[in-house]
Design a protein around this ligand. Structure first.
Ligand SMILES: O=C(O)CCC(=O)C(=O)O
Length: 283
């Protein structure tokens, strides 16, 4: 693996997001594509379609599939991802949190609503990040977009309830309702992206963006008729993160699986469900 640079680390902490070029080799991309095929054939109980349009185009989501998909497990435990997360977050330890895939069929116009991740998660802390990796080439307009600096904004936003994205209604999706806790509506970023300094990047397989759990992000999709988009994301937890169960609901809600593993509010994530995958070597 190439080392992440001090410029990339500084960008991550200044903007809450940084693009890293050419950090995963073709073997990892091919392995994740194979894993995704297996995942699509045997989705987990969390899986669902977020969008199905009149033309039958879909956006499929699944999460925590690393527990059953061997290729994902190998990525989590053997790939450079954990080290990248540790270096970018400037932490001393990294635990794996979970994986999530976002799979758009060719031409899907579905655009992910703007949101931060940490408010939905069963944890709290500054030291959390996502590695967002396209397994297909993606143009800038179709890649995930970010509001730089939003990871340190003081607002508590009334975030979107992703649990409503379930056209097939094949199971009860996790629900969230931030209205009682929020002090502001999520701004209409798409109305004037320039005013928010929105950034996104054209990317090739092997590139990734690393973004803080508090960074406002959205978009992606709006695909050309012949372009599909398969994205694998992995979520990583550093030093200051502790488990928190939220009254506003969580998505994905890990309360049941954490409790079953003896983990509760205030605990450091651990056990085989949230394994410690990386530690900083002594200087
Ligand atoms: O790829 C997308 O459309 C959404 C990704 C996302 O929201 C995430 O990884 O947290």
């Amino acid at each position: 693996m190439r080392q992440v640079t001090s410029d990339e680390i500084e960008a991550y902490h200044r903007d809450g997001v940084a693009v890293l070029r050419d950090v995963f080799d073709a073997t990892w991309i091919e392995r994740l594509r194979q894993g995704l095929d297996a995942n699509l054939t045997s989705p987990t109980s969390r899986a669902r379609v977020w969008d199905r349009d009149d033309g039958g185009r879909t956006m499929f989501w699944d999460s925590q599939a690393w527990l059953t998909v061997d290729e994902y497990r190998r990525f989590v435990t053997e790939s450079p991802a954990a080290a990248i997360a540790g270096e970018m977050m400037r932490v001393s330890v990294v635990n794996f949190f979970f994986d999530a895939v976002f799979v758009r069929s060719p031409g899907s116009q579905f655009s992910t609503p703007w949101h931060q991740d940490e408010p939905y998660w069963s944890i709290e802390g500054y030291d959390s990040c996502t590695i967002w990796m396209p397994l297909d080439a993606v143009c800038r307009e179709s890649a995930l977009a970010f509001v730089p600096g939003s990871h340190v904004a003081p607002s508590v936003w009334n975030h979107y309830n992703f649990g409503t994205l379930n056209p097939d209604r094949h199971h009860d999706a996790d629900q969230s309702d931030f209205s009682a806790f929020a002090d502001a509506a999520v701004p209409d970023i798409d109305a004037d992206p320039g005013a928010f300094g929105v950034v996104s990047w054209a990317m090739e397989p092997g590139d990734c963006v690393v973004f803080n759990g508090r960074t406002m992000h959205g978009g992606s999709g709006k695909l050309a008729p012949d372009a599909g988009l398969r994205v694998f994301t992995s979520k990583w937890l550093g030093d200051d993160v502790r488990i928190a169960f939220r009254e506003c609901g969580m998505d994905p809600d890990h309360t049941a699986v954490m409790t079953a593993h003896g983990l509760g509010p205030g605990d450091r994530p651990g056990t085989e469900l949230y394994p410690r995958v990386w530690e900083r070597s002594p200087a």
